[in-house]
Write a protein that binds this ligand. Structure first.
Ligand SMILES: [Fe+2]
Length: 265
């Protein structure tokens, strides 16, 4: 007789009408897997972002996948890492400045990134500040269209760019809100599994192959237009291929040693 699979009863998605301090604490502590807030982005805001997308410079994320691209607006720190875990300052800062200028020119009122940060800051009880490097604020608020899926990976700035931020971090959360949700598929797959040194043998392109998550508890989160989602991205996650367009506004939140929240992309 097969043994019954033991599951962590806390590794579930919490649905709420707004993000709260308790949600953020639970995500950091690992006592909830994800928090989703339906209707986080109003319909009018989503339409405004969709219209702005036609005015924003959209860069292909992975030139090797031109037939099936992941496109994004705004620089993500991960794409500007040096081999030794530093920041390619020469490439990053001009891209960050250009993205800020383009975002500002797109003239979104209210600015949905600022609005999202404000709500999260209200939940925490203190305004979210940008992550900084040598006092200079990093860009926060990418818009990404991921229709063909994304490989299993984790995001953990303290490993990827150790010591880069001025603010030391004790935890990292990922925020996403969907401007467009696909007709089907496009689920965020989140495993109750963090990186282990032996996973390096399963590296593949920018991510990892499935043995790293085999047997781990899995949560599948179906994207819904306007929904806000927070999860701890040190857990392995991936995106399933979508039927239709899957466009998300995304940034990371970091909890500092001083109890402040900081944001970057
Ligand atoms: Fe990620």
């Amino acid at each position: 007789m097969p043994s019954q699979r033991l599951l962590d009863p806390l590794f579930v998605a919490t649905e709420a009408s707004a993000f709260t301090e308790r949600h953020l604490a639970d995500l950091v502590a690992g006592t909830t897997a994800a928090v989703r807030v339906p209707g986080f982005l109003a319909g009018a805001t989503r339409r405004a972002i969709r219209q702005a997308l036609t005015r924003l410079p959209i860069a292909a994320y992975d030139p090797a996948r031109v037939a099936d691209p992941i496109i994004r607006f705004g620089p993500a720190l991960n794409d500007y890492r040096t081999l030794d875990g530093g920041l390619d300052h020469e490439r990053y800062w001009p891209a960050a400045d250009a993205a800020r200028a383009a975002w500002s020119r797109a003239g979104l009122r209210p600015d949905p990134v600022a609005a999202a940060l404000k709500l999260l800051g209200c939940a925490w009880g203190e305004a979210v500040q940008p992550a900084t490097v040598n006092g200079r604020p990093l860009f926060g608020g990418t818009v990404r269209e991921i229709n063909s899926g994304a490989l299993i990976h984790y995001d953990e700035a303290v490993r990827e760019v150790p010591g880069l931020f001025d603010q030391p971090l004790v935890a990292q959360l990922a925020f996403n809100t969907w401007v467009l949700a696909p007709e089907a598929g496009g689920e965020t797959k989140l495993w109750r599994r963090r990186w282990q040194p032996e996973d390096e043998q399963h590296r593949h392109s920018y991510g990892y192959q499935s043995p790293v998550t085999d047997g781990a508890q899995l949560l599948e989160l179906t994207p819904a237009a306007g929904e806000g989602l927070l999860f701890a991205p040190a857990n392995y996650h991936a995106i399933a291929p979508a039927v239709g367009r899957r466009v998300a506004l995304a940034f990371f939140l970091g909890l500092t040693t001083r109890g402040n929240l900081i944001a970057w992309s």
